[in-house]
Design a protein around this ligand. Structure first.
Ligand code: SAH
Length: 345
């Protein structure tokens, strides 16, 4: 019999299961707290449960967990990049950044990715499988334990396309914001998507209040389709329509991610075209000088082009930031650590 991942159960489901085992209500609270406050990885650690109950639980359930396979720490700003291992040979990346307001954790939502964006290292090895809610949580718990800190902010921006793993990501959000668990404010969570349009509508209708980041990376379909295959399924106009719906329903502004690639999407013409497309929207533009990935030949835009680009967007009343590069000395960019590890196998 396959064991159920107990860390992926929400409180109501856990209550149902403990009730079915004939346990009193307070046991649900105890187990939930061990799983989500103390982040335990084995039933034997649940020291206030009778041994017989711990044995019974371990017969029926497993606790998803990951271990630190390798870890890079930035000497510049303390950013930590983890390669976590699930089971024997499944690897995910996770990054912890320290900000004035607390610790932010960037988690992976899938093993690999189906989306195939040309500039992204996560696309290299293809897609393996979705991560469960419990596995996503275990990335955070493993980082907290290793660093002896509490994570207060979360970004779903590591390997994977969260809206392609919608149900597990929704369960993750439910669990990570549960007051009886880690209790992270939903306002402190961002989800980044390459633009799975129907799922943006579905997310909007949930009215959760998290920040939506949209990886736009080009001002027109011709350019966007060259780097992002998803654009041939849902083009920019369909994507922006869904984004407008999201802002209308949630009153949250969208953050558009735009990787600046030298000679590709960083011209003045692109800036004007982008400003025209996004004009009047409740949004923010986040420029990311593209990280060079060994397997492709994209080069980041030079400082002058970036400055010019910003000037044009600002002259059109758009708010723009350039993504702060944290951990630049360990900047194995998005998915690269994992790609290296897979090649070694
Ligand atoms: N699938 C989601 C989240 C994962 S990628 C998405 O597409 O949004 C997180 C962000 O990093 C996305 O904006 C992605 O486009 C960007 N990214 C990926 N590779 C990059 C690279 N080499 N340089 C700069 N940004 C990159």
């Amino acid at each position: 019999m396959d064991k159920t991942d107990i860390r992926s159960l929400n409180f109501a489901q856990l209550s149902e299961q403990t009730e079915a085992l004939g346990l009193p209500k307070f046991r649900t609270n105890q187990i939930f707290s061990w799983l989500h406050n103390k982040g335990v990885e084995d039933f034997s650690e649940m020291s206030d449960l009778p041994k017989s109950l711990r044995d019974k639980l371990s017969e029926r359930y497993l606790i998803s967990k990951c271990v630190v396979d390798s870890k890079l720490v930035s000497k510049i700003d303390g950013t930590v990049k983890y390669l976590f291992r699930f089971g024997e040979n499944e690897f995910v990346e996770c990054v912890v950044m320290k900000y004035k307001y607390g610790y932010s954790c960037c988690i992976s939502t899938q093993l690999g990715c189906k989306m195939g964006c040309k500039f992204c290292a996560s696309a290299i090895g293809g897609f393996e499988r979705n991560l469960s809610a419990g596995e996503m949580l275990s990335e955070i718990y493993a980082a907290q334990k290793d660093l002896n800190i509490k994570i207060s902010h979360i970004v779903l921006m590591g390997t994977g396309e969260p809206l392609d793993n919608f149900d597990n990501c929704m369960r993750f959000l439910e669990l990570v914001t549960d007051e009886r668990g880690l209790n992270v404010s939903i306002r402190h969570i961002s989800l980044s998507t390459c633009g799975i349009v129907p799922k943006i509508y579905e997310l909007a209708d949930k009215r959760l209040g998290l920040t939506l980041s949209v990886s736009l990376h080009a001002p027109n379909d011709e350019l966007r389709s060259q780097t992002m295959p998803v654009n041939s399924k849902w083009n920019i106009s369909e994507l922006l329509k869904a984004c407008k719906y999201y802002t209308e329903v949630t009153s949250r502004r969208i953050s558009f991610e735009y990787a600046m690639i030298d000679g590709f999407n960083d011209s003045e013409k692109c800036a004007y075209e982008l400003a025209k497309k996004l004009g009047g929207m409740l949004c923010h533009i986040n420029l990311i000088p593209v990280n060079n990935v060994r397997e492709n030949n994209f080069v980041k835009s030079n400082g002058e082009n970036i400055k010019n680009f910003i000037k044009i967007l600002e002259s059109k009343n758009l708010t723009v930031t350039v993504r702060r590069t944290l951990g630049s000395d360990i900047n194995a960019s998005c998915g690269q650590l994992r790609a290296r590890k897979k090649q070694a196998y």
